[in-house]
Write a protein that binds this ligand. Structure first.
Ligand code: FE2
Ligand code: ZN
Ligand code: ZN
Length: 407
């Protein structure tokens, strides 16, 4: 429990210095405190309403006074020229300590949230075991089972669920246990089986490692694939997974210059068909490796199939291709791969913004391989993880999931 020992205002009246009982020191700017006041007038109980009127406050905001409430659990501060008469901003000590933005606290928070780096550092992935659960564990809407599933998604990036009833639409039922469906131009649910199609996924061809829908600004968050038919006579068709974050960490270690290039020179993805049966025009320029304000990798992108002609400055072309080639070599290393063949009833669920997936070519030999798939948003998955943990009294930190943000 955070307790404040003393507070003082700097001579320029811009900063409130808080000394905590455990010796930690925080510095809060006048404007930061005033805008984040938690009193009833400034922070009504319903969400989404912003009531602090910034423009009614002076251009230069000075703290006139700061003190601790009698029981020591709240910081109160008043400001010269505040538009609310007799107003004191109020901040619970526990909230204030959690939001401290000193360099040390920020670094701790960012590292705690980075579950992906932590997992890669602490786990020997040489065995490439497939995290696997049984449908029974989530069938009865048990929060424990669901939390285990979402935890696998957050930490490892994917999970296989065995013995899901081989009925059409079960993939939607499982998805909705985590969050609402993210519909695409293929509808709420897509059908993966070999047919006459211009989409390679809907043939029996080999699919190289990729993330779905890279031609979109925001590709789908979590993907689910359920094998409702996978006949024994079908040869090939194995599923492959690789963690793109892991590949990129290896690149960073082995070739820091290539790593840097992929954070600086963007790839262009596109898919264009103006005269086809379903005309489309999608394009998006993005970085293979996106770093945030803190220098953390917060988004990764890869799909050879939709690589368009790069539109970058002349000086960057060669270094881009060299870096791209270096990362591809790492992704292709056999030791990077999780490899298995789905059984009928298997459902695989994975973070599409983190994991690469691929498929070996197959021969139907008179049988059928039929998967049904759908997507859910990454934010829904993160929300489910935090709220389930709360309900189950499990202490977790909101995790980095790959949605271009450490927070
Ligand atoms: Fe795919
Ligand atoms: Zn207030
Ligand atoms: Zn701090």
């Amino acid at each position: 429990m955070a307790e404040i020992k003393s507070v003082q205002i700097t001579s320029d009246k811009n900063i409130c210095e808080v000394l905590w009982k455990d010796g930690h020191e925080s510095r809060f700017h006048a404007r930061w405190l005033r805008y984040n006041c938690k009193c009833n007038k400034c922070k009504p109980p319903f969400s989404g309403v912003y009531t602090v009127d910034e423009l009614q406050l002076p251009e230069v905001l000075n703290i006139s006074e700061a003190h601790i409430s009698r029981d020591g659990t709240e910081l109160r501060a008043s400001y010269d020229g505040d538009y609310l008469p007799e107003h004191e901003s109020r901040h619970r000590a526990s909230w204030l300590r959690a939001k401290c933005y000193c360099a040390g606290c920020l670094e701790t928070k960012i590292n705690q949230r980075d579950v992906i780096s932590r997992y890669l550092k602490n786990n020997n992935r040489k065995m490439r075991e497939i995290p696997t659960m049984d449908y029974q564990e989530i069938a009865d809407d048990s929060n424990q089972g669901l939390f285990k599933l979402v935890n696998n998604l957050v930490e490892i990036g994917f999970c296989r669920i065995k013995k899901v009833p081989s009925e059409s639409g079960m993939v939607l039922k499982v998805a909705r246990k985590i969050g609402c469906i993210e519909s695409t131009s293929y509808g709420e649910m897509f059908q993966v089986y070999a047919r006459d199609s211009e989409n390679a996924a809907y043939t029996n061809q080999k699919l190289p490692f990729h993330q779905d829908q890279q031609t979109h600004e925001c590709s789908p968050g979590v993907q689910l694939l359920h094998a409702i038919r996978f006949d024994d006579c079908v040869t090939g068709g194995e599923s492959l997974f690789a963690d793109l974050y892991e590949a990129i960490e290896i690149l960073r270690k082995e070739s820091p210059q290539h790593f840097k290039t992929l954070t600086e020179v963007p790839v262009l993805y596109d898919t264009v068909d103006l005269d086809g049966i379903s005309p489309r025009f999608f394009e998006c320029q993005k970085y293979h490796i996106h770093l945030d304000y803190f220098g953390k990798i917060v988004e990764v992108n890869w799909h050879l199939g939709f690589n368009a002609a790069p539109q970058v400055h002349e000086k960057d072309v060669d270094r881009y291709y060299a870096a791209h080639r270096a990362l591809l070599k790492i992704i292709r290393r056999p030791e990077m791969q999780y490899r298995f063949k789905m059984d009928c009833g298997d459902l695989i669920i994975f973070n599409n913004r983190r994991m690469l997936h691929a498929r070996e070519a197959y021969e139907a030999n008179g049988g059928i391989r039929h998967l049904q798939g759908t997507y859910i948003k990454l934010d829904e998955m993160k929300s489910k993880y935090v709220t389930l943990a709360h309900q189950l009294n499990i202490s977790v930190v909101p995790p980095k999931v790959g949605n271009r943000s450490s927070f």
